[in-house]
Design a protein around this ligand. Sequence first.
Ligand code: FES
Length: 164
Amino acid sequence: MAVGKPAKHAVEELTEGQQNRRRMLAWLSSVGLFGSAIISAISNLVFIKPRATYGAPNRFGIGKPDDFPSGTRIALGEHRVCIVREGDKLCAISTTCTHLGCIIAPSETGFACPCHGSRFDQDGNVTGGPAPKPLPWYALSLAPNGELEVDKGTEVGAGTYLKV
Ligand code: FES
């Protein structure tokens, strides 16, 4: 076995500058860890709350009966419903086409769909085109504040009117 020089162990005293640099690096890494823990906690809190949307409410007010004079058929585009008034009778008919869901518009003879040409009569019955079903009628009621309320969660039979 060859005997050589003993390995030189590098036990060196750290200079004051090196010690300061190590303390600074330790401090910076602590701050970085603490910061990432804070960011992680905040992002967890943000994502705990579900981001689900539930769409438009089924029940909504549309104004006073006097806002719908006799003989009018007023389509409320944002609610996809048409309010029809004949004398003292009011009803709410869906304006969502029963074919593929386009928004239909009132026409001379009832309702017409711009997408594939379905036609409906004044009561929402299919008179032409690919639509498979008539337009649903929704429950219409008078709220205590005198405002009309449509409930799209409740379908009623065609010909069901609210008397005011
Ligand atoms: S969506 Fe109305 S006819 Fe097709």
